[in-house]
Ligand binder design. Sequence first.
Ligand code: HEC
Length: 145
Amino acid sequence: MGKPISGRAAALAAVVVAASVAGAAAVAFAHGDVQPQPVDTTGLKPLGDQWLEENPYRGDELAIKIGEHGYTQNCARCHGIAAVSGGLAPDLRLLDPDAEGDEWFIQRTRNGYAQNGVTKMPAYGGILNQEAMWAIRSWLDTKRQ
Ligand code: HEC
């Protein structure tokens, strides 16, 4: 003789389903359907292992081209197509220009940002090299309002 599912078990099952749906949504948000893409920086002056604090490529045409591609593949889904933010993440055209903005840009891009253990901005250190990050910054410079 089968025992009917107790109210408690049914409630628990409902919680498990709800939690797994929420979990799937969180994962989808964190990773999106676009995985971080390596950026081909062939042709740019190699910068070595020492992280710079100032953009060595500002105004460099090749860096700007590579940067646009790198941004579109890695950053646009949160920061907006063509660097125009839809409100999900800050508008990167508004970053300070020059060395001061460079330092902030590279710091945030490398290390990301988490609040109360929740990743808001993913860390790109180890995914993109600094050549790729500075190329993205060079392209963003051309979009400044
Ligand atoms: C999953 C979404 C997401 C992706 C992808 C993403 N970011 Fe962010 N980024 C954020 C959010 C959210 C913030 C704001 C964090 C906070 O609360 O300070 C942020 C902040 C930043 C900041 C600081 C902006 C400021 O005004 O202080 C920089 C710089 C930045 N991101 C660069 C990048 C770059 C470059 C890429 C691509 C290589 C990128 N981000 C990809 C979500 C994202």
